[in-house]
Design a protein around this ligand. Structure first.
Ligand code: SF4
Ligand code: SF4
Length: 292
């Protein structure tokens, strides 16, 4: 029996927002074949702005519990208010869903059994079709802080889609920064592309993402977006990458076509395949594709 091809996952991340990470991933979406797209930037998903997904399935993301007081059963004894160390219960015995941490203490001690403790819906997950292939994406609810778990779920669903559809690549748009969602987005990946820009803060943030990738033993490479805005800093970052043994996937010039493409809801490759940025991204993709 012929063995099925292994599913590989490439994550595009950046130490901070605004480096053009999603535009780069969007361009890869136009260039790669046999792939599932995964938007794991669940706090600020924006790949859908370019790819205009046609949602085929949606499911609630439920995580943790919230207390809800049944006024008909409540005797207003005050025990729950005294015990809630998050001050989530008002003098009128209403639970503030933002302040409630779902610890369950009030539920346990309520003598009237008046507090319900339902699962909390924290966001939504979507499986969609796009012109560049299937896409899994999600939206975290306002003021929710379980993004790491939603990132993991989004990646799991993308892997399921790849397996079910016989696709061998997952292209994941990771969250910016360094916190729990980024860790959730890179663990177990086959490769990480770090998109940075030639500024001091870009260098600093990239340095920390490199440490993270190294800690989780994920092969990382670097690309510098808008490299020509500060060529000295580009060279400094590339020298740093060489010292750290990181492959340099390429440089992308500053190109207003990126913004123009986004306004037209297109990837840069779709918008103008001959512009300098599209050509640079194509070169980067070819390198990455052959190294995965
Ligand atoms: S502990 Fe129960 S009965 Fe007492 S005030 Fe709270 S909800 Fe009402
Ligand atoms: S579940 Fe915990 S945090 Fe929420 S209202 Fe009850 S005691 Fe307060």
């Amino acid at each position: 029996m012929q063995e099925k091809a292994e599913v590989k996952e490439l994550i595009v991340i950046s130490g901070k927002g605004g480096t053009g990470k999603t535009s780069v991933l969007g361009a890869f979406a136009s260039l790669a074949e046999n792939k599932v797209l995964c938007d794991a930037d669940v706090d600020a998903a924006d790949l859908y702005l370019i790819l205009e997904p046609d949602i085929k399935e949606r499911q609630d993301f439920q995580e943790g519990h919230k207390a809800v007081i049944d006024k008909d059963k409540c005797t207003e004894c005050g025990i729950c208010r005294e015990l809630c160390r998050f001050h989530a219960i008002s003098p009128e015995y209403e639970v503030d869903p933002i302040d409630c941490e779902g610890c369950g203490v009030c539920v346990y001690f309520c003598p009237a059994d008046a507090i319900e403790f339902p699962l909390k819906t924290c966001g939504e997950l979507f499986i969609s079709d796009t012109r560049c292939g299937p896409m899994v994406h999600a939206r975290l609810g306002i003021a929710e802080d379980n993004s790491g778990k939603l990132v993991t779920l989004t990646r799991q669903k993308a892997r399921e889609q790849a397996k079910n559809k016989g696709l061998n690549l997952i292209l994941t748009d990771g969250p910016p920064g360094l916190a729990c969602p980024v860790i959730a987005s890179i663990t177990g990946a086959d490769g990480v592309l770090i998109v940075t820009e030639p500024t001091l803060s870009g260098h600093h943030d990239m340095d920390r993402v490199v440490e993270l990738a190294r800690h989780f033993e994920i092969p990382a490479s670097v690309c510098i977006n808008k490299y020509d805005l500060n060529r000295n800093m580009t060279e400094t970052i590339e020298a740093y990458a060489r010292d750290e043994g990181l492959p340099i996937a390429g440089r992308i010039p500053f190109d207003p076509s990126f913004t123009a493409a986004m306004v037209q809801k297109q990837t840069i490759v779709e918008y103008d395949t001959s512009c300098s940025a599209a050509q640079a991204v194509r070169g980067i993709w070819e390198k990455l594709d052959s190294s995965l």
